[in-house]
Design a binder for this molecule. Structure first.
Ligand SMILES: [Zn+2]
Ligand SMILES: [Zn+2]
Length: 382
């Protein structure tokens, strides 16, 4: 088992060893310093994601091993390690890619793991500013605590070709397993787009709203890189749905495969991603609007007010006029002296959490439940 090897192979990583070699296990620079540092180093990065469910007995030790080995290669990004596995969204310097892959594949449960390469790396100068590897209870917050649920009994994987064929079948229900702010800027034609804020809340909602009574239909699900469907497909099989399918490698692999193999691409718009790029363009279609003025736009931004940070869609004109803020209140706030901003932020931690979901009554053009139903949604509701 890997975790036993883990203790043997990585037991050089003791606090004493770190002290002796003055190795740093965490980053301590601020955003500007990090950007400056990255510019100085001058790497060209390739953005990669991957995940694996595996039993890791000592996630903390494994985390420290990864941190040291990836720091050495100047890898940046965000990775979660848990007893149930690893979920990584990172950027690797092009010249270190070979070395990175070689070292990764030496880890027993990651040997030959599929790496999802970004469809479009052009949206941000640096997709990530530093390396963060966190130990968590789970690599995906799913809210599932059913002991009888077997996560390895998952749905049938579909490649791009099989996906296209099955979604042409009128007896198929295609469901987007991402959150509302992700599907808003890009999704598959004809997909159901559940209006949910989190994966955790999406499972019961989707079952209740779209799946009940459709047990005999083909259920096809997709997400960004496949990890959410890995869990969801097993869950819905557990719940008694028999024809459960998932898009292998998610939108990222699908878009790459369509390009490579010249297949018909049924995805329209942008693929939302959780790094500084916010999204990668798959097609030129802009299917969403600026939440402030209603004109076509599909660029997400975080409100500039540190007490808000609302994630919303803003066009270039509004960005300029509103100075990257979501509301007049936030605009006023950012012009106050920093000390006063700090004072006002006290006790506002809760509102930050509410705002973060990308919903706010201040945004006039944010699509909500009243958006028109897709054809499939209408046929299911009949
Ligand atoms: Zn606008
Ligand atoms: Zn704001």
């Amino acid at each position: 088992m890997f975790f036993e090897n883990c203790l043997i192979n990585f037991n050089f990583v003791t606090p004493n060893y770190l002290k002796q070699h003055s190795m740093q296990l965490w980053n301590t620079l601020n955003k500007e310093e990090l950007e400056m540092h990255l510019r100085e180093v001058g790497h060209k990065y390739v953005t990669i994601s991957f995940y694996q469910y595996a039993k890791i007995a000592n996630p903390r030790l494994f985390r420290d091993h990864l941190f040291l080995s990836w720091s050495k290669l100047d890898v940046v990004g965000r990775t979660y390690v848990a007893k149930e596995g690893i979920n990584a969204q990172i950027a690797v310097p092009t010249e270190n890619l070979g070395q990175f892959r070689e070292e990764l594949y030496q880890i027993e449960f990651l040997e030959g793991i599929r790496l999802n390469f970004a469809v479009d790396d052009s949206e941000a100068e640096f997709p990530f500013l530093k390396l963060k590897i966190k130990v968590r209870d789970k690599i995906l917050a799913d809210g599932l605590n059913d002991e009888t649920f077997d996560v390895t009994n998952k749905g049938k994987h579909l490649n791009a070709e099989e996906f296209n064929k099955l979604t042409d079948d009128p007896n198929t229900i295609l469901i987007d397993f991402r959150n509302h702010y992700e599907s808003e800027v890009g999704h598959f034609k004809g997909a159901i787009l559940p209006d949910v804020d989190t994966f955790r809340e999406s499972l019961p909602f989707i079952e209740e709203t779209y799946l009940k009574g459709n047990e005999d239909k083909n259920l096809v699900m997709y997400c960004t890189g496949g990890i959410r469907c890995e869990k969801a497909s097993a869950w819905f099989k557990h719940r008694g749905f028999n024809n459960v399918h998932q898009l292998e490698g998610g939108i990222i692999k699908y878009a790459n495969d369509c390009k490579e193999k010249g297949l018909d691409n049924k995805f329209i718009g942008k693929n939302f991603v959780f790094d500084e790029r916010r999204g990668e363009r798959v097609t030129e279609d802009i299917i969403s609007v600026c939440h402030q003025c209603g004109s076509p736009a599909d660029t997400h931004t975080n409100c500039k007010n540190d007490a808000c940070h609302l994630l919303f869609i803003q066009c270039e004109i509004c960005k300029h006029e509103m100075e990257n803020c979501c509301s007049n209140e936030c605009l006023e706030m950012i012009h106050l002296p920093e000390a006063e901003q700090k004072e006002r932020r006290k006790g506002l931690n809760n509102s930050n959490k509410i705002f973060k979901k990308g919903r706010s009554s201040q945004l006039k053009f944010k699509a909500n439940n009243e958006k028109p139903l897709s054809l499939i949604e209408q046929s299911i509701q009949k």
